[in-house]
Design a protein around this ligand. Structure first.
Ligand code: GLV
Length: 316
């Protein structure tokens, strides 16, 4: 990539766009615009060389005549890899930031289950001394980590440190430190059958859409919990609702949904064995994301190779 002295950067995200834009280290010649909606981006997108964004509407990409590079503010890039994005555009992502957060999320909710948090809180509300409710050990349980990228590996290490047995699923099936056994995707049903907890942390691609279907859910133990911190569409949501309602699995901790925000009438809200969190397992810390962007922006302006480039064909 040739170096450049001038560039127009569009910072796009539905919330806090101005705040993120204020963190861009722009040398002279580089102009930065913030937009929180398609209407706000409308006047800039045709001349933007760079988009630093999150969930940019595909229609905007269709109008991006000069766009050379999209830096995603996040781990997942499914929203960027759309047919409207011209093939010349390089997409980069922000790995390495979310693993520590998501490992705490996963372990916190595993402990919420085994420490019987809800039961004690309910008993307390009734002023009942619940000595009949006893916690269980998390250590010794099996966690199945589906997806062993940087986030999945961090979850695996943290879980192994707490004494869990960790089983993994990855495309390559290659061994990973801290993971007892790594299965390939075609053996997914066999892998989840081992789990007391199954965490999904794969990118959403053509191969992973509806990966967890009726058959995979049917292979889980009736005592197992599903934790989805990947994308809602990785799971067949209708099949999940049925499995939960019929108690064919113990429950689900869900941070992501096919439609977000989860619509008020959705059956998942009403199931007592479901925890709904609003896509917060890996929060966006502006300063952390800006560090990744500013490093890549300096490379872009100098005509150097960008870091964390996505393989558009592979989808991550
Ligand atoms: C959030 O969902 C992300 O992809 O970073």
């Amino acid at each position: 990539m040739a170096g450049r002295r001038a560039a127009t950067v569009l910072v796009y995200r539905p919330t806090e766009a101005e705040r993120f834009a204020s963190l861009v280290r722009a040398p002279r010649g580089v102009t930065v615009h913030a937009a929180g909606s398609p209407a706000e981006a409308e006047g800039v997108i045709a001349r933007a060389d760079v988009v630093w964004g999150w969930r940019v509407p595909p229609a905007l990409f269709g109008k991006a005549e000069r766009l050379a590079w999209v830096q995603a503010m996040g781990a997942g890039v499914d929203w960027a890899l759309v047919p409207e994005l011209p093939p010349r555009v390089v997409v980069t992502r922000s790995p390495g930031l979310f693993g520590p957060w998501m490992a705490e999320y996963v372990l916190a909710w595993c402990l919420w289950v085994t420490q019987r948090v809800d039961a004690y809180r309910r008993a307390q509300a009734d002023r009942r001394w619940a000595a009949d409710v006893v916690p269980e050990r998390l250590g010794g349980r099996t966690l199945v980590v589906v997806g062993l990228g940087d986030i999945g590996r961090r979850i695996a290490r943290t879980a192994a440190g707490l004494g869990l047995r960790v089983v993994g699923v990855s495309r390559s099936g290659r061994p990973v430190p801290g993971v007892g056994r790594v299965y390939r995707p075609r053996a997914l049903a066999g892998a989840v059958a081992e789990g007391d907890f199954v965490v999904l942390v794969v990118p959403l691609t053509a191969e992973t859409r509806n990966l967890v279907d009726e058959r995979v859910l049917g292979a889980m133990k009736p005592t197992a919990w599903l934790i989805n911190i990947a994308r809602g569409a990785v799971v067949d949501e209708a099949a999940l609702v049925r499995a939960l309602a019929q108690r064919r699995i113990a429950g689900a901790i869900l941070d992501v949904f096919a439609t977000e925000p989860l619509p008020p009438g959705h059956p998942l809200w009403a199931l007592d064995n479901v925890v709904v969190t609003p896509h917060i397992a890996g929060p966006d810390v502006p300063e952390d994301l800006a560090r990744v962007f500013n490093d890549n922006l300096a490379r872009f302006l100098a005509g150097r190779r960008l870091r964390h480039v996505v393989d558009r064909r592979r989808g991550y």
